[in-house]
Design a protein around this ligand. Sequence first.
Ligand code: PA5
Length: 434
Amino acid sequence: MKTIELNIQDALYFAEKQYKDLEAKANEAIVTLEEGSGAGNDFLGWLDLPSKTPESLVDSINATAARLRENCDYVVCVGIGGSYLGAKAVNYALADSFADFYAPKPKEPKVLYAGQNIGEDYLAELQKLLEGKKFGIIVISKSGTTTEPAIAFRLLKEQLEKQAGKDAAKNLIVAITDEKKGALRQMADQEGYETYVIPDNVGGRFSVLTPVGLLPIAVAGHDIKKLLAGAADMERTTLHASAENPSQIYARMRNALYLSGKKTEILVNFDPKLHYVSEWWKQLYGESEGKDGKGIFPASVDFTTDLHSMGQWIQDGERTIFETVISVRKPAIDHRVPMDAENLDGINYLAGKRIDEVNKMAELGTKMAHVEGGVPNMRIEIPAIDEYSLGQLIYFFEKACGISGYMLGVNPFNQPGVEAYKRNMFKLLHKPGY
Ligand code: PA5
């Protein structure tokens, strides 16, 4: 079976004692998760989502996606944080790198994102793009009251109703929200939109394998059954406490490094398609672990691009960082460096080689330099950038995050700190009640 592989050898060397000492704690953490006896245990619904998602739900999501694909040239996903990053990560990874520069084709709408910022120009320019176009909206908010998506949805709903008519607009809007609570639920019921439910026991950043991620991914034309199959395989692989459980090993190693003084983890990729996987990962770990004055700071870089900007710091700066590299075993397309008779650029020594061979040597060379420079290195190899591997990777990180948070001694499933800016903003904007 094609599976992701984790290698911690070049990290272990830096924190061998701490790693050994954490054996019992890692076992305890996974048992706490399994038994549902830890803090935040009412948010463990994500644990068996891959194996328990009913086929009828997948079929329904695919049918809704087919309807939007049939009727739209653009589908705007409105949501923020956990209500958008998972879908964006998967869609960005699986898309042609230049997809945005091709015109939409029939039944292959472009998936766009809004409600993830409050940029006035961003929203105005998005609406300009959609002027006179056939578009649909997937609006996603678990609480149903988040300001950023609420503003974007108000604008886009008004535009869609003007362009398509109120009745037609109804069939082009899908809401994904709580079963009962929140302004979005109320509006969806009143307006008669099709809706999907975000389960009560699944928090935003753990929700990519619910309709929150599955619908936008299906709308982009990707196979959500394969995504769930990859995740289900990882669910089985990481089920119990064991010395071979990759999520447990990763969680234990990063906690060992943290105890040894490594306070920042940099998630590294050598394929630009994985850029938003890192953004999703940063939210998952940042919101889950950064609390009570504790937590590894999750950062990310795209190599080799950022070797020419952040490389100096990583090689030579304060020795408080470690790296986790996601490496793709095989790119989808065989593409090679051509021979040039004149060799004016001096790179004929690479002629005939796959570009990926050069990339892999950049990866190896970078690892050697960074480890030598005092940066511990973990490596996660994924078989390919496809639905199945991404499903595995998503579940691997989610499970590790739960284990790691419990090892750190925090509740990985709440985010009390996110409220602070909102309270101030509401007060400044004179929201009633603030
Ligand atoms: O992980 C989380 O819970 C958050 O990042 C939320 O996903 C984010 O704040 C959006 O919240 P909501 O879906 O309620 O609009």
